[in-house]
Design a protein around this ligand. Structure first.
Ligand code: NAD
Length: 541
């Protein structure tokens, strides 16, 4: 039986323990051994039959939020079956447990709340965080933590943001086979400035405005120290922090503990992988391209930084590499003469006259690639797409914002607006588009291609740091999984249903980097793939 970590409970307690429950699939032998006689109907189902029954019921539900709730309820009953359902039906289930449905689930979190999952640590718990973390019944090896201030493109959702760490950790298991028993989702509740939530009787968080400044920093510091004390080897993934905290916290902790910021670094890695695929189609290199970002936040500057790191790794001068990346934020083109620019934008504040809007910036800079990460739905207008098509034979158009309502353009708009010539990737799922008799299959630049394999590799080798080189290696590995057939149909990523295989390869590449850089705490085995596979959880009974 799986998982092996805990002694098995007995009788009803076993049926109510989601980590060990198999429901009607318990065998005759198990029913005798664990005191289950009479507590289950007599017929023994296979896991396949249980899965078919669940899927039939799931598909009868019309509303994605109801399907989200049904999947959560399944997980509360039987984790192995939940993950079997997810792993065997990734394309269908992933949009239900993660974006786009998870955005809606976070907005409605208090209204659909049934059972807690993970841990809530509030600012009122200051001084007791280590003690509270000890309430967690198992050893955590991966924590995904949010403070709920910038949930997807939806803004401050306070403690409702818990849907994100829970969803991300589900993807660790679904996409890479990380054992759910070692995953711990955490929400830090420091208040919310969202008036709607503060006035919502079903809101699950503290009724207070956000704590800021030294009080906030001290709380984060206490959390980090406590997490390291209670779970010494844990990897801490920061998720959906607002960018005024995200960059600072990453800089503060990245060289001190094993941590990374998913929104900045995994996004960068997945976007770079998509760009490498696009370059393969075009027959160009990064240095031949000019990238214009809509957005200058975590995703945009994270991607730009990794593009620069990739060029520098190929021997290109850092200043030249930076000159290839331009940002447009809510005030217009980021230029040198602008005052009070945030630290992370400075490397991309080049000499140029001020330009107020994206289309004018596009016309002035003539980019070969536009990358939308501003969460401004519809920002890639027909005029923007037309201009890209006029400037480029194969314009690179990445509309990475999500959820779907925040997408800069749909796949259909991207292809229709560029006579089907766009090399397109998206942040939300879009159906194939037939244009001029050719069917193009857009694929998601979803960071779930990256972080699960990265985490698996880091766990497998006992990484003590998460480095930039690991994100570069992950991007190269992901891009290498894109076949000629994928490229021929306009897909810049492999199908999501391949993620287990892709993640295993990324895990090997990441472990390889860790051993090379001397940040692996385990000794290097002969066969890295075997090392990684030893850590893979199998949801089959
Ligand atoms: P962020 O808050 O750090 O940055 C948003 C940026 O957009 C800011 O620089 C802001 O100035 C800019 N902006 C806002 N309004 C604008 C406007 N009207 N014109 C130009 N710029 C404007 O957020 P982030 O983490 O960078 O995420 C941005 C979006 O990217 C979100 O929708 C997020 O869900 C999405 N994202 C997608 C993926 C993926 O895997 N596809 C990964 C990470 C982020």
């Amino acid at each position: 039986m799986k998982p092996k970590h805990d002694p098995l409970p007995h009788g009803l307690a076993l049926l109510y323990d989601p980590l060990h429950n198999k429901g009607t699939a318990f065998s005759e032998v198990e029913r005798d051994a664990y005191g289950l006689r009479g507590l289950l109907p007599p017929h023994i189902h296979t896991q396949e039959e249980q899965m078919a029954r669940f899927l039939q019921n799931l598909r009868n539900l019309a509303d994605p939020l109801e399907q989200f709730v049904a999947l959560n309820a399944l997980r509360d009953r039987n984790e192995a079956l939940f993950f079997r359902v997810v792993c065997d039906n990734v394309d269908e289930i992933m949009p239900l447990i993660y974006t786009p449905t998870v955005g809606l689930a976070c907005q409605r979190f208090g209204h659909i709340f049934q059972r807690p999952r993970g841990m809530f640590l509030s600012i009122n718990d200051r001084g007791h965080i280590a003690e509270i973390l000890r309430n967690w019944p198992r050893k955590a090896e991966i924590i995904v933590v949010t403070d709920g201030e910038r949930i997807l493109g939806l803004g401050d959702l306070g403690a409702n943001g818990m849907g994100i760490p829970v969803g991300k950790l589900s993807l660790y298991t679904a996409c890479a086979g990380v054992d759910p028993a070692i995953c711990l989702p955490i929400t830090l509740d420091v208040g919310t400035n969202n008036e709607t939530l503060l006035n919502d009787p079903y809101y699950v968080g503290l009724r207070r405005r956000r704590v800021t400044g030294a009080e906030y920093d001290d709380f984060i510091d206490e959390f980090i120290q406590a997490a390291r004390e209670v779970f010494p080897d844990v990897i801490i993934q920061f998720e959906d922090f607002a960018n005024h905290n995200a960059f600072r916290l990453l800089e503060k902790y990245r060289d001190r503990i094993c941590t990374f910021n998913d929104d900045i670094q995994s996004t960068a890695s997945v976007a770079l992988a998509g760009l490498l695929s696009a370059l393969k189609v075009k027959g160009t290199t990064l240095a031949d391209e000019t990238f214009l970002f809509l957005g200058a936040g975590e995703a945009a500057t994270g991607i730009a930084d990794l593009i620069v790191a990739a060029m520098v790794a190929k021997g290109i001068d850092p200043a030249l590499a930076r000159s290839r990346c331009w940002l447009v934020d809510s005030k217009g083109l980021v230029v040198k003469s602008r005052e009070g620019l945030a630290h992370q934008k400075l490397p991309y504040a080049h000499d140029h006259a001020p330009v107020g809007d994206f289309l004018s910036a596009l016309k002035a800079l003539k980019p070969t690639a536009i990358i939308g990460v501003a969460a401004v739905g519809g920002a890639f207008t027909p005029d923007v797409l037309r201009a890209m098509a006029d400037l480029n034979r194969q314009p690179i158009v990445f509309a990475l914002s999500n959820p779907t309502s925040k997408s800069e353009c749909t796949a259909e708009q991207a292809y229709a607006g560029t006579d089907g010539r766009a090399l397109f990737a998206c942040g939300s799922p879009f159906a194939p588009v037939t244009i001029n008799g050719t069917t193009l299959v857009p694929r998601q630049g979803n960071n779930s291609y990256i972080f699960p394999g990265l985490g698996l590799g880091a766990i497998a080798c006992g990484a003590t740091r998460i480095t930039t080189e690991m994100f570069l290696a992950a991007a190269d590995t992901l891009a290498a999984q894109v076949t000629e057939a994928d490229l021929a149909q306009g897909s810049l990523y492999p199908p999501l249903s391949n993620t287990r295989d892709v993640s295993a390869r990324i895990a090997v590449a990441v472990a390889e980097v860790a051993f090379r850089q001397g940040v692996a705490s385990k000794s290097r085995p002969e066969n890295l793939l075997s090392l990684v596979q030893e850590h893979v959880y199998d949801p089959c009974y």
